[in-house]
Ligand binder design. Structure first.
Ligand code: ASP
Length: 307
């Protein structure tokens, strides 16, 4: 059996801001991503290949806050974070604060497979990218007018915004994927541009194994999106796994407990996607919506934005 779930962030445009055309654009990119991952899984490839392929498609779209669509930092740059993990050997790779990288998720995988390290950051990571011939893009590739306006607005108020849309609303456009493959292995991947107007080398939960991403064949694979500081403090992805492993909770109950109780109790908003060894899928969030899609080999299909 195989299962795949993807997300494009837990803070969606509100219904009244969402035009039918925009909605269509979001849904068709999500569909493209989940279609691709399904194909990879059907071919008998690994969950790791599937989550990487799904995330690359979302990174290549300007709609989501990752890769091409990454938000502007305080100094007008794009600093991206990403991580990937597989559940069999619990190998993981991650990058933080990298710039100009076309697909940070593939760079995270290279860190996992090509080094003895888990997390590379900043200029050292950039040197690694150059040495490894990781695909790069120019500044213009990452330019987006909407993101630019949001940055300008955030600069005026001096605030740091969780993703890209109007200032009075919280948006999280991080992308992620979780999968179970035909060989019974789990994997998770998450990629983000972080927060608009972020400064001081701010890093969120996305590249932190256990907070934004986690995979363990004994429990589940999880990818998170939301206010990163709270997901870090809540060690959210690992917390779901622990509730399953130590308390025997089902994937769905564990996700609900973490998102609707524990995260809320410290003031955090956002959501996550998860898959377990039986192929069960959870897509749980405490925001108005979460861009999301899922499939499994039993015919389950989901493609949705709002509750
Ligand atoms: N979790 C991400 C971060 O804090 C933001 C998001 O999910 O959009 O960097």
């Amino acid at each position: 059996m195989y299962s795949i779930a993807i997300h494009g962030g837990a803070g969606t445009l509100t219904r009244n801001q969402m035009s039918p055309e925009k909605e269509q654009a979001y849904l068709s990119t999500l569909k493209e991503s989940v279609d691709k991952a399904t194909l990879v899984l059907k071919e008998g490839k690994s969950a790791l290949d599937a989550v990487e392929a799904a995330v690359r498609i979302l990174e290549d779209s300007p709609l989501f806050n990752a890769g091409k669509g990454s938000v502007f930092t305080h100094t007008g740059k794009h600093e991206m974070d990403a991580s990937i993990m597989e559940g069999q050997y619990k190998m993981a790779g991650a990058v933080a604060g990298v710039h100009g990288i076309k697909n940070p998720i593939s760079m995270a995988r290279r860190v996992m497979e090509g080094t003895e390290h888990v997390l590379l950051s900043g200029e050292g990571a950039m040197q690694f990218a150059i040495d490894q011939n990781i695909a790069m893009e120019s500044e213009e590739y990452f330019y987006d007018e909407l993101r630019y306006k949001q940055w300008q607005a955030a600069l005026k108020t001096g605030s740091m915004q969780l993703d890209h849309t109007p200032l009075d609303e919280k948006k999280f456009g991080t992308v992620g994927a979780v999968a179970l493959d035909l060989h019974g292995n789990l994997a998770a991947a998450t990629s983000t541009g972080g927060m608009t107007n972020k400064q001081f080398g701010r890093v969120g939960d996305t590249p932190i194994i256990g907070s934004g991403t986690y995979a363990n064949n004994a429990t589940c694979a999880i990818s998170c999106t939301g206010s990163g500081e709270f997901f870090l403090r809540g060690v959210v992805a690992y917390d779901v796994s622990c509730l399953m492993e130590y308390k025997g909770l089902s994937l769905q109950s564990a996700c609900e407990k973490v998102i609707h109780e524990r995260l809320l109790s410290i003031g955090g908003d956002g959501g996550l996607i998860g898959v377990d060894l039986q192929g069960n899928i959870s897509m749980t969030f405490n925001t108005e919506g979460m861009y999301r899609a899922a499939r499994n080999s039993q015919g389950f299909e989901s493609l949705a934005i709002y509750k």
